[in-house]
Design a protein around this ligand. Structure first.
Ligand SMILES: [Zn+2]
Length: 160
């Protein structure tokens, strides 16, 4: 995998499990974790405020979470969005559940940034182009610093 900063991470196995077990790290570190869940910047996308929350246990679908785990993961999503909004990272967010076959279940917290609208029409329809644009054009020192800052902000706010 190439991480958001353009560095190659050489690992074999489930990325979600390995990240939960601290077998690899991201330059910005972890925004929040407890015994069941982990929150961080998206592994691959250098987009400010693009966060991923996953269960630490290996599951592939939302339905495999218990009802109390579902409440807890939504609580993390909602607190994260509230902090990002309050600190003017972005005003609106899309929350996307990824249930890929043979992949660790995770929830994307995706900011609806102004620049994404330049691809025309619906942001979700253009998600592939948006990701490609970010990977090609947004790997800048300035952007990495901002991602570090956002992670630090979430870290201090979420442990309260
Ligand atoms: Zn896994």
């Amino acid at each position: 995998m190439i991480n958001y900063a353009g560095e190659e991470i050489k690992i074999n196995g489930c990325l979600g499990c390995l990240f939960a077990e601290h077998k690899f790290s991201l330059p910005c570190g972890i925004a929040y974790e407890n015994d069941k869940f982990i929150l961080s910047q998206d592994f691959e996308l250098p987009i400010q405020g693009f966060l991923v929350v996953s269960p630490k246990k290996h599951i592939e679908t939302f339905g495999e979470l218990t009802s109390s785990e579902r409440i807890e993961i939504f609580e993390i999503v909602s607190k994260t969005i509230e902090i990002l909004k309050r600190n003017n990272i972005c005003e609106r967010f899309d929350v996307i559940f990824e249930e890929k076959i043979n992949k660790h279940f995770h929830i994307w917290i995706m900011p609806r940034n102004k620049w994404m609208e330049e691809f025309g029409g619906n942001i979700i329809c253009n998600i592939g182009k948006i990701f490609k644009y970010a990977k090609t054009n947004m790997r800048t020192k300035e952007n990495f610093n901002k991602i570090d800052e956002i992670t630090k902000l979430l870290k201090s706010e979420l442990k309260k």
